[in-house]
Write a protein that binds this ligand. Structure first.
Ligand code: ATP
Ligand code: MG
Length: 560
């Protein structure tokens, strides 16, 4: 796995094929490389689609070519305008652009029809009247060829029936149009596949113009060919459809002959990458929407705090393999951490606060410390952080009774450093009537401004983060864990709903963040020191009611 993840671009077999094809003597010598991304607008894009996007747009980019965006709305059942706009937004967010080459598969319905008629005229297609049940029954098996009783229907008769199918004379499934290829083929896709069927259905763009619809395997190669696509890159499940793809472009009079190349789909553990399953999670309320920050959708990842760079980087490093593989979700997190470590502003926030009073600090005094926004990037400047007698610290940075090796605050414990401010020593604590600890007491060393002792003595305790109670802002923080407990909820036959992690969301409502975050807005990313990377929630956060999502924890147990 480690080696695979380090696999670099130069090993990309698709690029190798393309290089061959455009070289002198190659099948596209002297032509511009032209690819397309053909999503079906029946859901939001997920991280699996990113891989396809990076292959489609990235290959075009690499060879100075073009990449079209084409909504594959051939199938009239499920398309939705909401999805079309969301898909465009997600692709732009990732940093890819299709220019003015935005198409719909359904725009070619008239052409599809003409090419179907051409096939009939050439004796390469015929109208069949087997019922769907009979069709299955007559398909044969590996040792038995298919049977097709209508195969020799005269051309004139097929032409007449096909025109009447289009005119709406027949009910659904009464007839189909089949390509006449090879009833004995070992590849069942070639056993006279259906290329048109009758469906009296409304189409979201074509309205009620059509009641016959082309099958994907017929429509897709035609769409590619008409757009001048050179390389039609798709996932592995289309591999044994390739002979049919080639048959179509070779037998209808399209102006170009694209080449289909397949690559393995991306799988990630602890999640599902099927639009049908993701849609089910949304529609049945298992998540708050397609953009729930636990979803592997691009809009979910974006809301969670993922950056385009981290996702592109992830896909690049996963590489383009020919064999299916499942990548650890932790590797995606690793790529995000790596990016945010460079770019995110460092701030202080306390998620589970307890009050700390510095008893020898003047009551009304407030001082400010100038701190660097990001030690990795001096160009990001500095800001002022206020400090006063009462602070908030994390509950677990204090213990009334220390446990072995505990180096944080406890009565008469070691001197600790308040990050960037002063050295303190815990002197005691206050409890309420029920014995709950309500306040930690400490004294500070006024000669340690900035956090270092004037006399150079060794500080034995830990460095802890804090926020000034006088100026801090309240916030809600949402911490996420894997949406699925089970590493492989997407496995065939598994009840993925039973694999959901009941603890995938933890909401903390009483958090305190430093004053500089009062106007924080997505898509800013912050490192809450010692805690992780967080970003304001793009939907629910507003000044006066801050909500942060934990994009990823700081802990870095994953080694690629
Ligand atoms: P789903 O099963 O999630 O509905 P799909 O393949 O039907 O996926 P499309 O909208 O048709 O979704 O996909 C558009 C393109 O994205 C296709 O070329 C498809 O091969 C590719 N794609 C989809 N899922 C993945 C994945 N997990 N890894 C790589 N490519 C993918
Ligand atoms: Mg599809």
């Amino acid at each position: 796995m480690a080696e695979e993840l380090k696999q670099n671009e130069s090993m990309n077999f698709i690029h190798a094929f393309v290089t061959e094809d455009i070289a002198e003597g190659g099948r596209y010598a002297g032509q511009t490389v032209h690819t397309r991304f053909p999503p079906e607008p029946n859901g939001y894009l997920h991280i699996g689609h990113c891989k396809a996007l990076i292959i489609d747009f990235g290959t075009a980019e690499k060879f100075g070519g073009l990449c079209n965006l084409r909504m594959d709305d051939t199938n009239p059942t499920k398309e939705d305008v909401e999805f079309v706009e969301a898909i465009k937004e997600d692709i732009h967010w990732l940093g890819f652009d299709w220019g003015d080459r935005f198409y719909y598969g359904s725009d070619y319905f008239e052409k599809d029809y003409e090419y179907a008629v051409e096939l009939i005229k050439k004796g390469l297609a015929y109208v069949c009247e087997l019922t769907p049940e009979q069709f299955k029954e007559f398909r044969g098996d590996l040792n038995t060829p298919a049977v097709s009783p209508y195969r020799d229907r005269p051309i004139e008769e097929s032409l007449d029936l096909f025109a009447r199918m289009r005119a709406g004379e027949f009910e659904d499934n009464k007839y189909t149009l089949r390509a006449k290829i090879d009833l004995t083929s070992g590849n069942f896709n070639m056993r006279d596949p259906v290329i048109y069927r009758i469906r009296h259905m409304h189409h979201h763009r074509q309205g009620d113009k059509w009641c016959i619809y082309p099958m994907y395997d017929f429509a897709h190669p035609i769409q590619d060919a008409l757009e001048g696509i050179t390389h039609s890159l798709c996932s592995l499940e289309f591999e044994n459809h390739r002979p049919l793809y080639n048959w179509v472009v070779e037998n209808v009079s399209v102006p170009h002959h694209p080449r289909q190349i397949e690559f393995a789909r991306l799988g990630i553990d602890h999640t599902v990458l099927s639009k049908r399953k993701l849609r089910n999670l949304v529609e049945n309320g298992y998540v708050s929407g397609w953009d729930d920050p636990r979803m592997p959708t691009l809009c979910g990842l974006r809301r969670r705090g993922y950056t385009p760079a981290s996702i592109r980087n992830f896909c690049d490093r996963v590489g383009v393999a020919k064999s299916p593989n499942t990548i650890p979700y932790a590797f995606l997190e690793f790529c995000l951490r790596e990016d945010l470590n460079e770019t995110a502003q460092r701030v202080m926030a306390v998620l589970k606060p307890i009050k700390l009073t510095i008893t020898n600090y003047p009551e009304d005094k407030v001082e400010t410390f100038e701190v660097e926004n990001n030690p990795n990037r001096p160009e990001d400047g500095t800001r002022e952080v206020s400090f006063s007698r009462t602070l908030w610290i994390e509950e677990d940075d204090f213990l009334a009774e220390p446990i072995p090796k505990y180096k944080r605050l406890y009565p008469d414990g070691p001197e600790c450093r308040l990050k960037g401010a002063y050295l303190i020593k815990c002197t005691g604590y206050v409890t309420d009537d029920d014995g709950n600890i309500t306040e930690v007491l400490a004294t500070y060393d006024p000669d340690s401004r900035g956090g270092d002792p004037a006399d150079g003595r060794k500080v034995k305790g830990a460095t802890i983060h804090w926020v000034d109670a006088k100026t801090c802002v309240d916030a809600e923080v949402r911490q996420y864990d894997n949406l699925f407990d089970d590493p492989d909820p997407d496995a065939a036959g598994k009840d993925y709903l039973a694999c959901l992690n009941p603890k995938s969301l933890e909401v903390l409502t009483n958090c305190k963040v430093e004053a500089s975050l009062a106007d924080a807005q997505a898509p800013a990313s912050y490192q809450f020191m010692r805690l992780g990377y967080f970003c304001p929630d793009s939907k629910d956060s507003e000044p006066g009611h801050l909500v942060f999502n934990r994009a990823v924890s700081l802990k870095d147990s994953y080694k690629p």
